[in-house]
Ligand binder design. Structure first.
Ligand code: DQA
Length: 189
């Protein structure tokens, strides 16, 4: 028998926007950028089927592609002096590994777990072991959809959830991260 090929690694996409690219991306000078948090990394995690955005049920999820959303999130992050990395995978284990790799390295995770939201206790546990900011994000409003979508097993380990605002949610999530990081850095009142 010929030697077996190892299984292909799931597709991982990384997009970064560093503070060096702020002016290029936003047209604003560094000193005009509010709440600058130099060198802080935000990991944007996209779960199963989100790679199909733009084609998948556009009446629910809109016509923008995942790349469109990542570009907006990258720009919003740059406006706050944050560097955004993006990982999309259809594999629960790959998402969990991305959370592990973010430990001690990234300041925050914005996660749209797709349907894993509703049953992945492994993702819940991985996020519980991450000590930065966690924002759960959904394009649609799962609470207004089928009953099985009403439960989120990751909500309990997130600082907060943004849902139902379509693509605007990506910018809102990054703003929430910047505000929470600024509060945490300022320390107790
Ligand atoms: C979703 C909502 C989930 O219920 C669904 O399984 C998705 C997308 C959203 O962004 O609205 O895949 O997370």
């Amino acid at each position: 028998m010929p030697p077996q090929e190892p299984p292909a690694r799931p597709e991982l996409t990384i997009v970064t926007g560093t503070s060096d690219t702020v002016t290029e991306l936003t047209g604003r000078r560094q000193e005009e950028i509010p709440e600058r948090l130099p060198d802080a990394i935000v990991l944007l995690l996209s779960g199963p089927n989100l790679n199909l955005l733009g084609q998948r049920q556009p009446e629910i999820y809109g016509r923008d592609t995942l790349a469109d959303h990542v570009a907006k999130a990258t720009m919003a992050a740059a406006e706050h002096g944050l560097a955004l990395e993006h990982v999309q995978s259809d594999y629960e284990g790959a998402l969990i590994e991305a959370v592990h790799e973010a430990r001690g390295r990234a300041a925050a995770i914005v996660v749209n777990p797709g349907a894993l939201t509703h049953y992945s206790w492994s993702l819940h546990d991985a996020l519980a072991a991450f000590d930065g900011v966690v924002v759960e994000l959904h394009l649609s409003n799962p609470a207004a959809r089928e009953p099985w979508r009403h439960t989120s097993v990751v909500a309990g380990v997130a600082d907060g959830t943004i849902a139902g605002f379509g693509g605007l949610g990506y910018r809102l999530a990054v703003r929430a991260v910047a505000a929470l990081l600024a509060t945490r850095r300022a320390g107790p009142a």
